[in-house]
Design a protein around this ligand. Structure first.
Ligand code: BTN
Length: 262
């Protein structure tokens, strides 16, 4: 039996985005190691025009903190948006991207600092999507690659640190192309707004979906260090505000991981 043919809304996405991102192209690959890795390779080779790269399968998908991102054909949406970006302040970019993707998908999608999309329901708290942002400077230009991995339908949870949720739980019957069509144009608008205004317009929108808010959390630095406290939303620059024994601490490092204690 041949592989399932997936119909991607390439023309519709290109048409929706072209006006705000001149030169924008959309490309779908059946397989690649990682869409983030590929766009960074292309940028190093001088290809820095705005592009959406979708992979039906990744063989070496990457997550934050050096983790792997596993996906199965048809069960996940994996894509990266690469573009030159010039915000005056980069703080909070990954949070703004999370806000945009969550708002495009469903009112019940929650955010877990810094950039995970979670579902929180009777089945517990589970990860729906992850975001990996990488940037590189080439002379005056800074190129950003915004990678999103979104679970679409139920998959096996082997080897995952957080149990998975999937979009079809909220939107029965939705498929990866439909999910892509929902998120890309608003994401481009978000990046334009972030370039002009920074994280401030996204602060309240993040806090409205913040899964950690008013909860006891543990903050790990990945080297055995742990701080405990209660989470109080994010600041106007996107720092997670954790009230510890030493007072209110803004957590800014992308190297830390935070988990709710109860
Ligand atoms: C995380 O949860 O730590 C982030 C996961 C990001 C996964 C996406 S899938 C598309 C893009 N390509 C990658 O290799 N990673 C991102």
């Amino acid at each position: 039996m041949g592989a399932e043919v997936i119909h991607w809304p390439v023309q519709a996405i290109r048409a929706a985005v072209a006006a705000s991102l001149p030169g924008f192209t959309v490309e779908v690959l059946p397989e690649i190691d990682s869409t983030n890795t590929e766009l960074m390779r292309r940028a190093r080779a001088g290809q820095m025009a705005p592009v959406l790269l979708v992979a039906e399968q990744q063989t070496a998908g990457r997550g934050r903190l050096g983790r792997q991102w596993q996906s199965q054909v048809g069960a996940s949406l994996t894509f990266s948006l690469g573009l030159p970006l010039a915000p005056p302040d980069w703080s909070g970019l990954s949070l703004a991207v999370g806000v945009s993707v969550a708002e495009s998908l469903h009112p019940d999608v929650r955010l877990k600092w810094p950039n995970d999309l979670w579902l929180s329901d009777a089945r517990g708290e589970r990860k729906l999507a992850g975001i990996l942002i990488e940037t590189a400077s080439f002379g005056e230009l800074r190129y950003a690659v915004i990678g999103v991995g979104l679970n679409i339908r139920s998959r096996d949870a082997l080897g995952l640190s957080t149990p998975p949720a999937w979009l079809q739980e909220l939107l029965p019957g939705v498929d990866a192309p439909q999910a892509l069509a929902r998120v890309v144009a608003p994401l481009v608008q978000t990046l334009r707004a972030f370039e002009a205004l920074g994280f401030a317009p996204f602060q309240a929108r993040f806090n409205a979906r913040d899964v950690l808010r008013d909860r006891e959390v543990s903050v790990s630095d990945g080297q055995g260090g742990e701080t405990r406290g209660s989470a109080h939303g994010v600041s106007e620059t996107g720092a997670l505000l954790v009230h510890t024994k030493a007072g209110m601490q803004p957590i800014i490092s992308s190297e830390v991981s935070v988990r709710p204690l109860h």
